[in-house]
Design a protein around this ligand. Sequence first.
Ligand code: AMP
Length: 315
Amino acid sequence: VPVKLVIVGSVALDDVKTPYGAVQRGLGGSAVFASLAASLFVEPGVVGVVGEDFPPEHLALLKGRGIALDGLEQAPGKTFHWTGYYTGDMDEAHTVRTELNVFAGFKPRLPRDWQQAPFLFLANIDPDLQNQVLDQMQRPRMVVLDTMNYWIETKREQLLRVMKRVDLLVVNEGEARQLSGERNVVRAGRWLLRRGPRGVAIKRGACGSMVLWGRETLLLPAFPVDEVKDPTGAGDTFAGGLIGVLAQGGGLDANRLRRAVTVGTVLAAHTVEAFSVQGLTSLQSRELIRRYRYLASQRVPTWTLRLRLEKRRRS
Ligand code: AMP
């Protein structure tokens, strides 16, 4: 099967602390969460690099999910290592340390037959790398881009350059504000749209998401989870699920986008319920489908509102 979806991003070992506990050197990285989520719908290919210390069982886990690893190099040195923690309502990740390690000198080289893939997800990683991967693609039908504060602060210009070349930008509310300098999310979203992408999906944590697509504005609720243990990877899972559904086939309109965003939302809810990738790897398809149906049923039926105001005017 030719790879339909290429994902470039970090493949990491994470040290994470939350009010629910801690994990050391847990499997993480934007490309890992995204590819696990997308692998429910297509066979994605991962572009990235790991060090000599990367446990072989992690590679086996990814392979076992049908994720192609021909684009994942193993280089001398240490794997990307992120250390972070969450407090309170765990709305935002606090970074203690970002050790790029093998990613610092990484030059991505796409396997030849991946260059024709119709879908590309530029998951959170150095915007220079995102640009280099995009350069090697022939004519992707759809390119989705994610990033985070670290790159907004250190490589803003490069990030704005890659933004010009993508179809859909996925960011969280804080990042949208930081990039645009606008406090209001709607204004921030419009600012981002003017920078090139056809659409912008803004993730708002427990408040769900807002998607601007052309002239449409879609609002989607989050799935209510009663125990958030570790939010790490929620954003990557959301975007990976979203593009996985789109890559599975069909055209792109507001309804398909709504479906894809709903799937991404439900998958993200699974990710935050456990540490590292456990929420995704232990996921039961029945539960996923139940949650998807529940969220999809939340649309308000249209009705003609009968306002007393009208009556007053008539008489
Ligand atoms: P998320 O919680 O979805 O924003 O992503 C969390 C994942 O991003 C973690 O597993 C980290 O390994 C990874 N990560 C953290 N900082 C960076 C960075 N600067 N570049 C790429 N990936 C990162």
